[in-house]
Each structure stands twice: as C-alpha cells, then as structure tokens.
Design a protein around this ligand. Structure first.
Ligand code: NAP
Length: 454
C-alpha cells in the first residue's frame, strides 16, 4: 500500500494499492511490445506529442502545483515554476532531438562509414519526491524523443504525482503503453531491473539507493545513469559582492525548503569578509515567509515527511554536540506538520554530520578559511561531487577555480547551481555518473552504432 500524507497537516491524502508482481510483469511486456512501433515513429510525430504534453502541463500548472503542495509540501509558486520548466524541457527536446541524434559521418577507407544513434528499448526510471514532476520529465522528454519507451517507479510518498504524469502523457496522445507508471515499493525494483525487457535504469535519489540499483543493474549488465546526493560547497572570496552573494547563497539553500540535490550546503568564507558575509547571509536566510505551502504568499513550506525532518534535526543536534554553533533556527517549531526553520551552523568541522554528510533541508553549514587554497581544499573534501559555486568580482579568477579546481559536475560562478535543459547535468564521486539534459543526456540510453559499407 502506498500512502500520500500531507506533510503540513499529517493527514492522509489518499492510499493506493501497490501493483502485484504479475501486474508489473504484464505492464512491462506491453511497454516492450509498444517499443517496436514507437522506435520507428518519426521525429516529427514524437515532437508533436511532446509539444502537446508541454501545452497540457502549462494548462494544468495550478492544479499540479497544488498536488505537489499536498503530497510533499512544495509551495505553490515553486510548484508552478517546476511545471513550467517541465514544459520547457519537452519543447526543448521536441525541437532538438532530431539534430542531436543525426548520423555522424566518419571518413575511413570504406565507401561509407558513420555513427547512428539507435534506441535501446524500455528504460526504468526510479525517481525521488523532491521535484516530483521535473525529475521525471527531464528523464522522460529525451527518452521518448530518442525512441525509447519507459516505466516509472516514483517515490512512495508522491503516488498522485506519478499517476498524474501517466494521465498527462496519455491525454497528450502518446500511444498506449509507451510510458507507464508502476505503483510499487522499492523492494519490487530488483525484479523490474532483472526483467528481460528492461534495457537500462535511470535513478535519481540517495547514494545508498544508487549503490543498490547499480549493483543489481551491473549484475545484469544493464547500463545505468545515477543522479545522487550532494553537499555542494559555495566559496565566498574576499573580493565578492557580499550582498549579492548572500542573496544567491540563501536562495540556493532555501529553494524547495532545502530539499534539493544541488542545494547550496556548505558555505566556505574567507576570513577577511567572514563577519560581513554572515551578517548579510543571516538576514537573507531569515527573510522568507514560512508556513502552509498552499498559501500563495508563503515562500517555504514543511519538509516532505516528518521522519526526514527528524533525521535532519538529529544531524544538527549531533553537529552541535561536536562543537558547531547554531546562529539561526535549529529548533523544531511547536506546530503541527514536518516544519523545520531556516538554520545556520557556524564552526562546522570535519567529523560533524554538517561537514561530512548531506543535509537535506534548510540548514546551512558555514566554514571560515584563511585563503583561496584552503577554501578549495575544503570544498573538495567531500565524498560528493555534484555542484559547486564560487563568488568573486574577478571573473577570470572565478572561471579558473570553477573549471580547474573544483571537483564537481556543475560549477557556477556568481550564481547558485540550477539545472537547465540546454546544459548537461550530473555528478562525480558518490554523486553518481552519467549525464541528463542537453545533447549528452539524450545519448545515454542509445546504441552508438557503427555502420560501415565497403
Ligand atoms: P531515496 O530514498 O533514495 O529514493 C529515491 C527513489 O529510489 C524512490 O523512488 C525510492 O523509492 C527508491 N529507492 C530507495 N531505495 C531503493 C533501493 N534500495 N532500491 C531501489 N529503489 C530504491 O531518495 P529520496 O529521499 O527520495 O530523495 C532524496 C535524495 O535524492 C537526496 O540524497 C538527493 O540529494 C537526491 N537527489 C539527487 C538528484 C540529482 O539529480 N543528483 C536530484 C534530486 C534528489 P521509495 O520512495 O519507495 O523508497
């Protein structure tokens, strides 16, 4: 049984029966059957459907934002922006997939030799709850445009979103069984991966889930793309515009109530501007309106589930026991729901959860350093490697640090890290491997086929 619980009230929104093993098997077989037709549909036909999906998303953005608010606590304004971004990624691949997948001629001694990108078949997506529509559409738009079919195992706390996605693509005219949602628990994922029709897996989620899925996929020699956790470092150099940096850093930390893989998590500040930055940053972290996510004025809602809020608080408490200092927030509010306030921890050191682990909520770890070299060393002193940012007025200096010094998949200068359909997205180290979005994302689940004619 899957249960959607409103994190603002603790009340059950709806319960759903999970699909049986036999039911799942039947769906995967139907999706596999549909692949044989879908792979030969023209790009123009696929693009038409993708544009219908985009239009439907735009026309339903308010109701979908409300669904996210009641299932996982996202505030309405962010929910609407998320749906608009999903529409964008559908339009983007509708316009670009064909050119991204054009044959590439390579000159050899043969009459003709070239690379052709051919779809693999049915791909399993295992997705998280934090951006319930965006995580799915950034996978689904390139996957469908490439001629693959897909099944989705969404996070157990957002079954309504999972079914809404299936309904939208059906209403947009996607042929039957080209995409299906599977309402299953994580214990049913192994059998899906091992099904002969599943040709690859894309998982976005935590590092432990990624390791488990990758080992099963590896044992079946099936390719996977893993978008996992992060502990993104933001370096504030002595020549940064501190007011602007503080605005971006707070926005990067508080977006989605801090529940973002590419959330700004560790703030590494040079000694000479430390006090000044912290003053601006504390002000910005305290600026929002905190409360009921369905209230359109509210800028930060509850976390998605009470136990996740409690785990986050435990990480704060354990860090404080080891010497961190709370300078903002840090207490569970006396109110119903999975709320946690914007929090800043100072004196964060190795050995503390706030330094070593991912904090998946609105908690900022601030670290003071003497110079640029120490800042880079601490930025890279993590098992993760998803995003990173550097703030400086010297663009050349920032560029060099971003390009050559920071060990992460997405490095930004003077902005917080965000995904964009046009730019590759993904991490290194325990943040995963493979890329989504852009020309790189659409090629992940393709047979890069060599054709040679003598
Ligand atoms: P999660 O617990 O790993 O769950 C993600 C998905 O994996 C859910 O569908 C979950 O199903 C499933 N799952 C969990 N354990 C599994 C297992 N052993 N085998 C198969 N499937 C399994 O992560 P979450 O709490 O939903 O999301 C938060 C995490 O995702 C954070 O670490 C965050 O950084 C990461 N994330 C990364 C990105 C990125 O692009 N790099 C984006 C967003 C989030 P159930 O819900 O049924 O358990």
């Amino acid at each position: 049984m899957l249960k959607a619980i409103n994190p603002a009230t603790g009340k059950t929104v709806q319960t759903y029966e999970t699909y049986s093993g036999k039911g799942v098997e039947k769906i995967i077989n139907s999706v596999d059957k549909s692949w044989h037709k879908w792979r030969s549909a023209s790009f123009a036909k696929r693009a038409d459907i993708m544009q219908n999906i985009s239009s439907l998303l735009k026309s339903k953005k308010e109701e979908l934002a409300l669904l996210m608010a009641v299932e996982m606590g996202k505030v309405i304004k962010e929910g609407i922006a998320e749906i608009e971004k999903c529409a964008w990624v559908c339009d983007y691949y509708a316009s670009n997939a064909e050119s991204f997948l054009e044959n590439e001629n390579i000159s050899t001694e043969a009459k003709l030799s070239y690379v052709s990108y051919q779809p693999l078949g049915t791909i399993l997506a295992v997705m998280p709850w934090n951006f319930p529509f965006w995580q799915v559409f950034r996978f689904l738009a390139p996957t469908l445009m490439a001629g693959n079919t897909a099944v989705l195992k969404h996070a157990s706390n957002v079954p309504g979103c999972a079914l809404a996605i299936e309904e939208i693509v059906r209403e947009a005219g996607l042929p039957d069984n080209v995409f299906r949602t599977l309402l299953i628990g994580s214990n049913q994922v192994e059998n899906v991966i091992r099904h002969h029709a599943i040709k690859g897996v894309s998982l976005t989620g935590s590092t432990p889930a990624g390791k488990s899925v990758a080992s099963i996929a590896g044992s079946e020699l099936k390719k996977c793309v893993l978008e996992l956790g992060g502990s993104d470092p933001y370096i504030i150099l002595e020549d940064a515009n501190l007011g602007e940096a503080a605005v971006k850093c707070a926005a990067g930390r508080l977006l989605n109530a801090g529940q973002s893989c590419i959330g700004a998590k560790r703030f590494i500040v040079l000694d000479e501007v430390y006090a000044h930055f912290l003053e601006h940053f504390t002000h910005e972290m305290n600026e929002g309106i905190f409360g009921d996510p369905t209230d359109e004025e509210v800028t930060m809602g509850p976390l998605a589930r009470t136990e996740l809020r409690d785990e986050l608080h435990q990480q704060v408490v354990d860090s404080v026991v080891k010497g961190a200092e709370v300078i903002l927030g840090g207490e569970i509010p006396h109110r119903k729901g999975a709320y946690y306030p914007p929090t800043i921890l100072e004196n964060v050191k190795p050995g503390m959860p706030a330094y070593d682990e991912e904090l998946f909520g609105p908690v900022a770890s601030v670290i003071r350093v003497k110079d640029e070299n120490e800042a880079i060393k601490i930025a890279n002193d993590t098992v993760f490697g998803l995003g990173a940012a550097v703030f400086t007025k010297d663009i050349k200096r920032g560029n060099k640090i971003a390009e050559e010094k920071l060990d992460a998949g997405c490095c930004f200068v003077n902005d917080f890290v965000k995904s964009d359909p046009r730019l590759p997205f993904g991490g290194i180290k325990e943040s995963g491997f493979g890329r989504e979005l852009s020309v790189h994302g659409i090629k992940e689940f393709m047979n890069v086929k060599t054709v040679l004619v003598k």
